[in-house]
Design a protein around this ligand. Structure first.
Ligand code: ZN
Length: 79
């Protein structure tokens, strides 16, 4: 999995659309890529903060904010 793919998968993760297989692949990538780990950790922590462990459904405004954050974080490094 490339960083770009990981970014897309984190985005899907936010929407609760990630299969178990992709989740494993994502965790694997995050385990060896410091950049994606930071993005992933930030995103997951924010989800947990808002949803108190219950991942979904997440309020749409919060999900949109996370998507924005994700895009910004990703492009900061990708450029
Ligand atoms: Zn990466």
């Amino acid at each position: 999995m490339t960083c770009k793919e990981a970014f897309q998968e984190i985005s899907k993760y936010l929407d609760g659309e990630l299969s178990e297989e992709l989740k494993r692949a994502l965790h694997e990538h995050v385990g060896r890529c410091a950049h994606c780990k930071v993005v992933f950790d930030t995103t997951v922590k924010t989800i947990e903060l808002y949803c108190d462990g219950k991942l979904f459904p997440m309020p749409e405004n919060i999900r949109n904010r996370l998507h924005d954050l994700l895009r910004r974080k990703f492009h900061e490094r990708a450029v």
